[in-house]
Design a protein around this ligand. Structure first.
Ligand code: DON
Length: 319
Protein backbone atom coordinates (compact mmCIF):
# COMPACT_ATOMS: atom_id res chain seq x y z
CA UNK A 1 0.00 0.00 0.00
CA UNK A 2 1.21 3.48 -0.80
CA UNK A 3 0.59 5.71 2.15
CA UNK A 4 -1.60 8.68 1.16
CA UNK A 5 0.64 11.26 2.76
CA UNK A 6 3.56 10.19 0.56
CA UNK A 7 1.75 11.37 -2.56
CA UNK A 8 1.37 15.00 -3.60
CA UNK A 9 -2.03 16.25 -2.49
CA UNK A 10 -3.95 15.36 -5.65
CA UNK A 11 -7.19 16.82 -4.32
CA UNK A 12 -5.64 20.27 -4.37
CA UNK A 13 -4.73 19.88 -8.05
CA UNK A 14 -8.10 20.09 -9.76
CA UNK A 15 -8.13 22.25 -12.91
CA UNK A 16 -9.96 24.97 -10.98
CA UNK A 17 -7.33 24.99 -8.21
CA UNK A 18 -4.43 25.10 -10.67
CA UNK A 19 -6.06 27.99 -12.51
CA UNK A 20 -6.67 29.83 -9.26
CA UNK A 21 -3.12 29.35 -7.97
CA UNK A 22 -1.30 30.46 -11.14
CA UNK A 23 -3.50 33.59 -11.32
CA UNK A 24 -2.78 34.27 -7.67
CA UNK A 25 1.00 33.80 -8.14
CA UNK A 26 0.92 36.10 -11.17
CA UNK A 27 -0.97 38.84 -9.35
CA UNK A 28 1.04 38.55 -6.14
CA UNK A 29 4.50 39.03 -7.70
CA UNK A 30 3.73 41.23 -10.70
CA UNK A 31 4.79 44.31 -8.74
CA UNK A 32 7.95 42.62 -7.37
CA UNK A 33 10.90 44.98 -7.82
CA UNK A 34 13.80 42.71 -6.79
CA UNK A 35 16.64 41.60 -9.07
CA UNK A 36 17.97 42.86 -12.38
CA UNK A 37 18.38 41.50 -15.91
CA UNK A 38 21.62 39.68 -16.73
CA UNK A 39 23.95 42.37 -18.06
CA UNK A 40 27.04 40.36 -19.07
CA UNK A 41 25.25 39.40 -22.31
CA UNK A 42 24.15 42.69 -23.97
CA UNK A 43 21.00 41.20 -25.57
CA UNK A 44 19.63 40.05 -22.20
CA UNK A 45 20.11 43.45 -20.61
CA UNK A 46 17.65 44.97 -23.08
CA UNK A 47 14.73 42.55 -22.60
CA UNK A 48 11.71 44.21 -20.89
CA UNK A 49 12.06 43.53 -17.13
CA UNK A 50 8.29 43.67 -16.57
CA UNK A 51 7.61 40.56 -18.67
CA UNK A 52 6.16 37.82 -16.49
CA UNK A 53 4.50 34.58 -17.59
CA UNK A 54 3.53 31.33 -15.87
CA UNK A 55 2.66 28.03 -17.58
CA UNK A 56 1.80 24.60 -16.21
CA UNK A 57 1.41 21.45 -18.31
CA UNK A 58 0.17 18.33 -16.55
CA UNK A 59 1.47 14.81 -17.24
CA UNK A 60 -1.87 14.11 -18.94
CA UNK A 61 -1.45 17.10 -21.26
CA UNK A 62 -3.61 19.90 -19.82
CA UNK A 63 -2.18 23.38 -20.36
CA UNK A 64 -2.59 26.37 -17.99
CA UNK A 65 -1.19 29.82 -18.78
CA UNK A 66 -1.19 33.33 -17.36
CA UNK A 67 0.69 36.51 -18.36
CA UNK A 68 3.46 36.74 -20.98
CA UNK A 69 3.59 33.08 -22.00
CA UNK A 70 3.95 33.76 -25.75
CA UNK A 71 7.10 35.89 -25.48
CA UNK A 72 10.23 34.11 -26.78
CA UNK A 73 13.37 34.43 -24.71
CA UNK A 74 16.76 32.69 -24.50
CA UNK A 75 16.55 29.24 -22.88
CA UNK A 76 20.14 29.71 -21.58
CA UNK A 77 21.13 27.30 -18.81
CA UNK A 78 17.76 25.51 -18.81
CA UNK A 79 19.09 23.93 -22.04
CA UNK A 80 21.65 22.08 -19.88
CA UNK A 81 18.98 19.75 -18.44
CA UNK A 82 17.88 18.67 -21.92
CA UNK A 83 21.38 18.28 -23.36
CA UNK A 84 22.20 16.15 -20.30
CA UNK A 85 19.15 14.02 -21.16
CA UNK A 86 20.37 13.65 -24.77
CA UNK A 87 23.92 12.76 -23.68
CA UNK A 88 22.65 10.15 -21.19
CA UNK A 89 20.37 8.64 -23.77
CA UNK A 90 23.35 8.26 -26.09
CA UNK A 91 26.13 7.31 -23.63
CA UNK A 92 24.41 6.00 -20.48
CA UNK A 93 24.33 7.56 -17.03
CA UNK A 94 27.55 5.89 -15.75
CA UNK A 95 29.54 7.65 -18.45
CA UNK A 96 28.16 11.03 -17.34
CA UNK A 97 28.92 10.28 -13.69
CA UNK A 98 32.49 9.18 -14.47
CA UNK A 99 33.46 11.71 -17.14
CA UNK A 100 31.69 14.85 -15.88
CA UNK A 101 30.44 14.27 -12.33
CA UNK A 102 27.13 14.68 -10.51
CA UNK A 103 28.05 16.70 -7.42
CA UNK A 104 27.13 20.26 -6.55
CA UNK A 105 29.97 22.80 -6.51
CA UNK A 106 28.27 25.32 -4.20
CA UNK A 107 29.90 27.95 -6.38
CA UNK A 108 28.83 30.30 -9.18
CA UNK A 109 27.92 28.72 -12.54
CA UNK A 110 31.00 30.04 -14.33
CA UNK A 111 33.53 29.37 -11.57
CA UNK A 112 37.07 28.41 -12.57
CA UNK A 113 37.98 27.97 -8.90
CA UNK A 114 35.40 25.16 -8.63
CA UNK A 115 37.18 23.22 -11.41
CA UNK A 116 40.48 23.53 -9.57
CA UNK A 117 39.12 22.68 -6.12
CA UNK A 118 36.99 19.73 -7.26
CA UNK A 119 39.81 17.60 -8.65
CA UNK A 120 40.21 19.38 -12.01
CA UNK A 121 36.77 18.15 -13.10
CA UNK A 122 33.62 20.04 -14.07
CA UNK A 123 31.67 18.54 -11.07
CA UNK A 124 28.24 18.45 -12.70
CA UNK A 125 26.48 19.01 -16.07
CA UNK A 126 24.81 22.28 -14.96
CA UNK A 127 27.77 24.55 -14.28
CA UNK A 128 29.17 26.01 -17.51
CA UNK A 129 32.21 23.70 -17.42
CA UNK A 130 30.07 20.59 -17.04
CA UNK A 131 27.52 21.75 -19.60
CA UNK A 132 30.27 22.23 -22.19
CA UNK A 133 31.78 18.83 -21.31
CA UNK A 134 28.30 17.30 -21.68
CA UNK A 135 27.81 18.92 -25.08
CA UNK A 136 31.28 17.69 -26.10
CA UNK A 137 30.58 14.07 -25.10
CA UNK A 138 27.74 13.68 -27.61
CA UNK A 139 28.93 11.66 -30.61
CA UNK A 140 28.36 12.92 -34.15
CA UNK A 141 30.17 12.77 -37.48
CA UNK A 142 30.47 16.54 -37.79
CA UNK A 143 29.64 19.81 -36.08
CA UNK A 144 26.59 20.12 -38.34
CA UNK A 145 25.36 16.63 -37.47
CA UNK A 146 25.81 17.26 -33.77
CA UNK A 147 23.82 20.48 -33.95
CA UNK A 148 21.07 18.73 -35.89
CA UNK A 149 20.94 15.95 -33.28
CA UNK A 150 20.69 18.52 -30.47
CA UNK A 151 18.10 20.71 -32.20
CA UNK A 152 15.95 17.71 -33.24
CA UNK A 153 15.85 16.59 -29.62
CA UNK A 154 14.92 20.05 -28.33
CA UNK A 155 12.09 20.10 -30.88
CA UNK A 156 10.83 16.74 -29.63
CA UNK A 157 10.86 17.90 -26.02
CA UNK A 158 8.95 21.07 -26.97
CA UNK A 159 6.69 19.45 -29.57
CA UNK A 160 7.36 22.18 -32.14
CA UNK A 161 10.22 23.55 -34.24
CA UNK A 162 12.22 25.92 -32.05
CA UNK A 163 14.70 28.45 -33.47
CA UNK A 164 17.93 30.03 -32.33
CA UNK A 165 17.51 33.77 -31.57
CA UNK A 166 20.24 34.98 -33.95
CA UNK A 167 20.76 38.33 -32.29
CA UNK A 168 21.21 36.63 -28.90
CA UNK A 169 23.61 34.05 -30.36
CA UNK A 170 25.75 36.82 -31.89
CA UNK A 171 25.65 38.78 -28.65
CA UNK A 172 26.82 35.73 -26.66
CA UNK A 173 29.49 34.70 -29.18
CA UNK A 174 30.99 38.19 -28.95
CA UNK A 175 31.19 38.03 -25.15
CA UNK A 176 31.92 34.37 -24.28
CA UNK A 177 35.69 34.63 -23.67
CA UNK A 178 35.28 33.31 -20.12
CA UNK A 179 33.60 30.14 -21.42
CA UNK A 180 36.36 29.74 -24.03
CA UNK A 181 38.91 29.86 -21.21
CA UNK A 182 36.97 27.20 -19.26
CA UNK A 183 36.79 24.95 -22.35
CA UNK A 184 40.55 25.16 -22.86
CA UNK A 185 41.20 24.54 -19.17
CA UNK A 186 39.05 21.41 -19.33
CA UNK A 187 40.93 20.27 -22.43
CA UNK A 188 44.20 20.64 -20.53
CA UNK A 189 42.79 18.30 -17.83
CA UNK A 190 41.54 15.74 -20.38
CA UNK A 191 37.91 16.61 -19.63
CA UNK A 192 36.87 18.00 -23.01
CA UNK A 193 35.58 15.30 -25.39
CA UNK A 194 35.40 17.25 -28.68
CA UNK A 195 37.22 20.26 -30.12
CA UNK A 196 36.98 22.93 -27.38
CA UNK A 197 36.15 25.87 -29.68
CA UNK A 198 33.53 23.86 -31.60
CA UNK A 199 32.07 22.95 -28.22
CA UNK A 200 31.92 26.55 -26.98
CA UNK A 201 30.13 27.50 -30.19
CA UNK A 202 27.56 24.68 -29.94
CA UNK A 203 27.07 25.29 -26.22
CA UNK A 204 26.50 29.00 -26.87
CA UNK A 205 24.04 28.08 -29.61
CA UNK A 206 22.07 25.71 -27.35
CA UNK A 207 21.79 28.59 -24.82
CA UNK A 208 20.48 30.92 -27.56
CA UNK A 209 17.48 28.76 -28.49
CA UNK A 210 14.28 30.78 -28.21
CA UNK A 211 11.43 29.37 -26.11
CA UNK A 212 8.31 30.73 -24.46
CA UNK A 213 6.99 29.77 -21.03
CA UNK A 214 4.52 27.30 -22.52
CA UNK A 215 7.29 25.51 -24.48
CA UNK A 216 9.31 25.16 -21.28
CA UNK A 217 6.30 23.83 -19.35
CA UNK A 218 5.79 21.16 -22.04
CA UNK A 219 9.50 20.30 -21.90
CA UNK A 220 9.37 20.05 -18.09
CA UNK A 221 6.16 18.00 -18.33
CA UNK A 222 7.99 15.55 -20.62
CA UNK A 223 10.25 14.80 -17.64
CA UNK A 224 7.18 14.65 -15.36
CA UNK A 225 5.58 12.17 -17.77
CA UNK A 226 8.53 9.73 -17.69
CA UNK A 227 10.14 10.94 -20.90
CA UNK A 228 7.00 11.03 -23.08
CA UNK A 229 5.88 14.44 -24.39
CA UNK A 230 2.34 14.72 -22.96
CA UNK A 231 1.09 16.79 -25.92
CA UNK A 232 2.59 14.95 -28.93
CA UNK A 233 2.80 11.58 -27.05
CA UNK A 234 6.26 11.05 -28.54
CA UNK A 235 8.80 9.17 -26.38
CA UNK A 236 11.80 11.46 -26.10
CA UNK A 237 13.81 9.91 -23.26
CA UNK A 238 14.20 6.43 -21.75
CA UNK A 239 12.23 6.44 -18.46
CA UNK A 240 15.29 5.14 -16.55
CA UNK A 241 17.15 8.39 -17.24
CA UNK A 242 14.40 10.70 -15.99
CA UNK A 243 15.27 10.29 -12.27
CA UNK A 244 18.96 10.73 -13.12
CA UNK A 245 18.32 14.12 -14.75
CA UNK A 246 15.94 15.17 -11.94
CA UNK A 247 18.50 14.26 -9.27
CA UNK A 248 21.06 16.62 -10.82
CA UNK A 249 18.37 19.31 -11.05
CA UNK A 250 17.67 18.77 -7.33
CA UNK A 251 21.29 19.23 -6.27
CA UNK A 252 22.57 21.76 -8.83
CA UNK A 253 19.67 23.28 -10.81
CA UNK A 254 19.91 26.75 -9.29
CA UNK A 255 23.68 26.81 -8.74
CA UNK A 256 24.94 27.91 -5.32
CA UNK A 257 21.42 28.60 -4.04
CA UNK A 258 19.99 25.18 -4.97
CA UNK A 259 19.83 24.20 -1.29
CA UNK A 260 17.66 27.20 -0.43
CA UNK A 261 15.46 26.49 -3.45
CA UNK A 262 14.97 22.82 -2.53
CA UNK A 263 14.35 23.77 1.11
CA UNK A 264 11.56 26.19 0.21
CA UNK A 265 10.08 24.65 -2.96
CA UNK A 266 10.82 20.92 -2.62
CA UNK A 267 11.02 20.27 -6.38
CA UNK A 268 13.81 19.66 -8.90
CA UNK A 269 14.32 22.88 -10.85
CA UNK A 270 16.54 24.47 -13.50
CA UNK A 271 17.13 28.15 -14.12
CA UNK A 272 18.58 30.21 -16.95
CA UNK A 273 19.91 33.77 -17.10
CA UNK A 274 17.27 34.60 -19.73
CA UNK A 275 14.82 34.67 -16.78
CA UNK A 276 13.21 31.24 -17.09
CA UNK A 277 12.92 28.56 -14.42
CA UNK A 278 11.39 25.10 -14.81
CA UNK A 279 10.27 22.80 -11.99
CA UNK A 280 9.22 19.18 -12.34
CA UNK A 281 6.65 17.36 -10.21
CA UNK A 282 7.31 13.70 -11.12
CA UNK A 283 4.20 12.00 -12.46
CA UNK A 284 2.14 15.17 -12.04
CA UNK A 285 3.20 18.30 -13.97
CA UNK A 286 5.87 20.60 -15.40
CA UNK A 287 5.92 24.24 -14.29
CA UNK A 288 7.67 27.09 -16.13
CA UNK A 289 7.92 30.73 -15.14
CA UNK A 290 9.60 33.52 -17.11
CA UNK A 291 10.61 36.95 -15.83
CA UNK A 292 14.02 38.51 -16.62
CA UNK A 293 15.20 40.14 -13.35
CA UNK A 294 17.70 37.81 -11.59
CA UNK A 295 19.15 37.49 -8.10
CA UNK A 296 22.91 37.40 -7.45
CA UNK A 297 23.19 33.69 -8.34
CA UNK A 298 21.52 34.23 -11.75
CA UNK A 299 18.02 32.93 -10.92
CA UNK A 300 14.80 34.79 -11.80
CA UNK A 301 13.40 36.47 -8.68
CA UNK A 302 9.71 36.39 -9.71
CA UNK A 303 9.99 32.83 -11.02
CA UNK A 304 11.38 31.53 -7.73
CA UNK A 305 8.65 33.25 -5.72
CA UNK A 306 5.88 32.13 -8.06
CA UNK A 307 6.98 28.47 -8.09
CA UNK A 308 7.30 28.45 -4.30
CA UNK A 309 3.71 29.71 -3.98
CA UNK A 310 2.44 27.20 -6.54
CA UNK A 311 4.26 24.33 -4.80
CA UNK A 312 2.92 25.37 -1.36
CA UNK A 313 -0.65 25.98 -2.43
CA UNK A 314 -1.01 22.86 -4.57
CA UNK A 315 0.87 20.66 -2.08
CA UNK A 316 3.56 19.65 -4.60
CA UNK A 317 6.65 19.39 -2.36
CA UNK A 318 8.06 15.91 -3.08
CA UNK A 319 9.44 15.54 0.43
O1 DON B 1 27.23 30.46 -20.57
C1 DON B 1 26.58 31.41 -20.14
O2 DON B 1 27.05 32.22 -19.35
C2 DON B 1 25.14 31.58 -20.58
N1 DON B 1 25.01 31.26 -21.97
C3 DON B 1 24.21 30.72 -19.79
C4 DON B 1 24.41 30.80 -18.30
C5 DON B 1 23.19 30.61 -17.50
O3 DON B 1 22.05 30.67 -17.96
C6 DON B 1 23.40 30.45 -16.07
N2 DON B 1 22.18 30.53 -15.39
N3 DON B 1 21.52 30.80 -14.58
Amino acid sequence: LVSAFMLPNVFAQSPKEIEKVINQAHKEFKGEKGGKNADYIPYLKNVNSDLYGIAIVTADGKVYEVGDTKFEFGIESISKAFVLAMAMQQKGSDKIEDSIGVDATGMPFNSVTAIELEGQKPSNPFVNAGAMATNSIIDAKSKEDKWKFIMDNFNKFAGRDLKVIDELFKSEMATNQHNQAIALLLESYGRMYDNPMTTVELYTKQCSIGVNAKDLAIMAATFANNGVNPITKEKVLEPKYVPKVLSVMSTAGLYETTGEWLFSVGLPGKSGVGGGIIAVVPGVMGIAVFSPPLDEAGNSVRAQKAIEMISDNLGLNVF
